[in-house]
Design a protein around this ligand. Structure first.
Ligand SMILES: Cc1ncc(COP(=O)(O)O)c(C=O)c1O
Length: 366
């Protein structure tokens, strides 16, 4: 008999609580489970990809990405984020996910403490564990913002601090004062900051501030996925000190070789072309946020108005989450995002207003 043996590092890794939802629910289900834009990729970006195919730009690219894209990203970081990175400090990856994986693999040693928001994006803790690190959750306060004092208490001796504003799953935006305070505190203690900024363009009242404005030992992670409705194209990047880029390339060149060539040309069009589709998506998300938040409030739910991304993080008891899912209202339990928010659920409003109204009707029957 054959014994199929997998590595111990995989043993403790659970299946993503969100992936399960993809398969759940009948034809009548209202799916608020999936964190991906429901918009189509803008036409000028698709055209750039089609052009790249026609022109035969279909081979391997340099490991770190095509020079045009690294330059376009460097220009974007200067223009939008006030950050000065040369193209040699940018590594193009297969989505933000690979960028996070590379950063963990290149920086984390066995047993290193990796501070991750809890509740936080589903990949942070597993990627830290796969890299051999020990994920430690950072709690939130009752406004669903990071508890700064609790984060500071955990900082001594940690290797990495992961920040994510706007946050998946809370939909909250950290104020500049918090980002500055945490980055400066981390830098004083030689803790490297990984700042995941994939939702930077979906902020409804304030403006995004990049963590790298406040320290040098910071890795900025971003992607075309959310900003340009390009989740399936798999383009992301990390911008970091040269030493980290060189280390990340060592991993990337062997596991990925390069991000998809065609998608890289599309990403050049995304970063250098017309930005009005991004503003239009932001306005639509804002309108949906208001519709949904006001509707849930009218049903008696009491929680802070989400400030960014496209998520509502709703206080709701575990058995009512199960009741909702049983009634075809697909929402993600807070337990999918860590240990600190079992009595919450994440609701994505990256879906039509009509679907949101149907969801509100169903919430009314719980
Ligand atoms: C906070 C956060 N970071 C990173 C990612 C990964 O993005 P990508 O699709 O570019 O891999 C996601 C996707 O849901 C996310 O929510």
């Amino acid at each position: 008999m054959v014994t199929y043996r997998c590595a111990r590092r995989i043993d403790g890794i659970a299946e993503s609580g969100i992936r399960k939802l993809f398969d759940a629910g009948g034809p009548d289900a209202v799916n608020l489970g999936i964190g991906q834009p429901d918009f189509d990729t803008p036409d000028h970006i698709k055209e750039a990809a089609i052009r790249a195919i026609r022109e035969g730009k279909t081979g391997y690219t340099p490991n770190a990405g095509i020079p045009e894209l690294r330059t376009a990203i460097a220009d974007k970081l200067k223009r939008e984020n006030g950050l000065s990175y040369g193209p040699d400090r940018i590594l193009v990856s297969a989505g933000g996910s690979e960028a996070l994986h590379l950063a963990m693999m290149a920086l984390v040693n066995e047993g290193d403490r990796v501070l991750v928001p809890d509740p936080g994006f589903v990949s942070y803790a597993p990627l830290a564990s796969i890299a051999g690190g020990r994920p430690i959750g950072l709690p939130f306060d009752d406004t669903l913002h990071l508890d700064v004092e609790a984060a500071k208490e955990r900082m001594d001796g940690a290797r990495i601090l992961v920040l994510n504003s706007p946050s998946n799953p809370t939909g909250m935006v950290e104020p500049e004062s918090t980002i500055r305070a945490l980055v400066e505190y981390a830098q004083d203690r030689h803790v490297t900051v990984i700042s995941d900024e994939v939702y930077e363009h979906f902020i409804y009242e304030s403006r995004h501030v990049s963590a790298a404005r406040f320290g040098e030992d910071v890795i900025t992670i971003n992607a075309t996925s959310k900003t340009y409705a390009m989740t399936g194209w798999r383009i992301g990047y990390l911008a970091a000190p040269k030493e980290y880029i060189d280390a990340c390339i060592k991993v990337h060149q062997y596991c990925q070789a390069c991000a998809t060539s065609i998608a890289q040309y599309a990403a050049v069009a995304a970063y250098t072309g017309d930005q009005s589709p991004v503003a239009a998506m932001r306005e639509e998300y804002r309108a949906r946020r208001d519709l949904f938040y006001d509707g849930l409030s009218a049903l008696g739910y009491s929680f802070p108005r989400p400030e960014g991304a496209f998520y509502v993080f709703l206080p709701i008891e575990r058995d009512r989450i199960q009741e909702a899912v049983a009634k075809g209202l697909l929402i993600v339990p807070g337990s999918a995002f860590g240990n600190n928010a079992p009595d919450y659920a994440r609701l994505s409003y990256a879906t039509s207003r009509e679907n949101l109204r149907r969801a509100l009707d169903r919430f009314g029957t719980l």
